[in-house]
Design a protein around this ligand. Sequence first.
Ligand code: CAA
Length: 259
Amino acid sequence: MAYETIETRIEAGKVGIVALNRPKQLNALNDQLMDELGAALKAFDADDAIGCIVVTGSQKAFAAGADISVMTKYSFADVYKSEYISRNWEHVRSIRKPVIAAVAGFALGGGCELAMMCDFIIAADNARFGQPEIKLGIIPGAGGTQRLPRSVGKSKAMDMILTSRMMDAQEAERAGLVSRVVPLDKLMDEVLAAAIVIADMPRLAAMAAKESVNRAFESPLSDGVMFERRLFHALFSTADQEEGMEAFLAKRAPSFSHR
Ligand code: CAA
């Protein structure tokens, strides 16, 4: 499929890369981009060769937020009737394979929210995160008021959302928003290395692990633990569980079939 606002490629035969590509607008997120991103993610999710997906931007901007030049024309009736955001921003959440956000430069507003919808964030040392929507007379509308406090705690989330200040990569790592910070010129190498490690893991276990960690944010502890326990039990029915354990005991490398 030909895309205009994103670029896609496959690395190492098993990692699907989606690069947001509206450089003049710092990857501002409009409908076309969100539609194309959703289509690309779903295509990689359905491709048996792919074991991990990476969403990235440019060195200057992961994404500077929802497209303000489009939003400025919207009324309440427009956004409410057409389910703005819900209509095409939720695809990332439906992807079952692991998704890494590789963030360099600005990740603001919807850009920060998109990164937080991914499973984890690896940041370049020039990354800057923020939810500056309040300056536009709105609030974060793609999950920022919910995911940011779950990630960095209430105090820092309130500070960022109410003052609109940006967080640099080091602060984001200290706060737990990102899993690691790497030099800008090493970002894609480091992310690709992590993505290959994940893609080589037994696929069903990786998908179950993702599903179970995400359940931690949706349910009381006892329900989450029960969900985890049942998936853990279910994995004993897979060929890769047998292979992984036999290979360990035989002191050889496992050969996973992803079944
Ligand atoms: N929407 C539309 N266009 C945007 C944009 C956005 N979110 N962010 C940047 N651009 C455009 C600029 O208008 C500018 O276009 P022109 O060259 O045609 O003037 C171009 O990208 C480059 O931007 P700047 O000249 O502003 O670049 P800078 O380096 O001086 O500043 C910046 C960079 C700090 C990121 C600044 O562009 C900025 O503050 N952008 C807006 C950030 C923002 O408010 N994001 C939240 C949007 S609301 C939202 O996301 C709602 C939601 O929760 C879903």
